[in-house]
Design a protein around this ligand. Sequence first.
Ligand SMILES: [Zn+2]
Length: 401
Amino acid sequence: MTRVVFRGGKVFDGSGAPLAPADVAIEDGRIVDVGAGLDGDEAVPCEGKALLPGLFDCHVHLMGRYEDRELDIAHRPFSYAFYLAPANLRMTLALGITTVRDAGGADLGIKRAVEHGVIAGPRMQISITMLSQTGGHNDPWLPSGGTSVDWGVGYPGFPMGRCDGIDGVRTKVREVIRAGADVIKIASSGGFFSPSDDPMHPHFAQDELDEIVRTAADLGRWVMSHAHSPESIVRAVRAGVRSIEHGTYLDQRSAEMMVEAGTWLVPTLTAGDTTEELARDEHLAPEIRAKFEGLGRPEFDAMRLAAEAGIKVAMGTDCPVAPHGWNLNELGHMAANGFTPEQAIVAATSSAAELMGLEDRLGTLEPGKIADVVVVGGDPFELEKLKDRIEQVWKDGVRVV
Ligand SMILES: [Zn+2]
């Protein structure tokens, strides 16, 4: 096999160790050596450049687009979304993001198409659909008697997410796992992008949450919980979820519980970048717009509190709540709210890999790891410029960008 050496650059290996001069040798899809003066069959000149591990986005919805409103989705063919998705995948990959956790929307077909090389994209863990109580964040019910298409239409391999009661949630967990879910996504609070629920209300009773986590654990899956309000965080943590998504109104008590339990936070700060625009968007239901009005950026306070408290943080954006391609905004937001730029990149590499249970294969530039390598043309810690400095992206030892 060809041995490729990234030569003459500086390496930030993702572990938190400082940026330092080193070469990286890869062979057969794996990193085989990191150090000075390495030789190989092929050289990638990296003078003046920095090397990062492939980045992660632990909360993304690859099947959706920012610009699509419910009216667009309702009036186009059902299958159209499948043809749009590859562009979202390419845009994500171009940012150096080689691994994602899809928080709802992607099914086993798209995951497998990437695995088999049918389409280019980041490797993914999928949740397929978000479990939500009746009247919750993923209940498509509309007062008109119709059904919202915003959160997907059920089809083979894509069960709808609404469920209630111990038996109901247990069956639903098994159903999404049968359809190929790697991780169970739930909403333990209401949300913003849904008309009839309140982000401050806790959703699912404690015994339902406990049952979800138990059923998932029996089948070797973790649970990720969309949670805005303190009580929704507390209940989910008590149930034993792997990660809190958003955590918008994290407070002292819920923060302490997360530290104690070792629960991860995926702050999705980027989602707030479009709040003001969405509040004015007349193509959104008035009930949804009202939730965005005057919202501000409470998630920044949550991020600062999480950093102070020592909560484990992994990078996730919730794109396309803000458009695909904006994902790296997240790093700048983290660095402006309690993290150093180095910590932000760790959150997007080794920490993210740990959250997803992939730390033995991904997340750092170390011998034995999968050869996902990002070549940055300049200082990688000038985060606002990072997007424009992504020069090459390698995934599984192959240059993909
Ligand atoms: Zn989301």
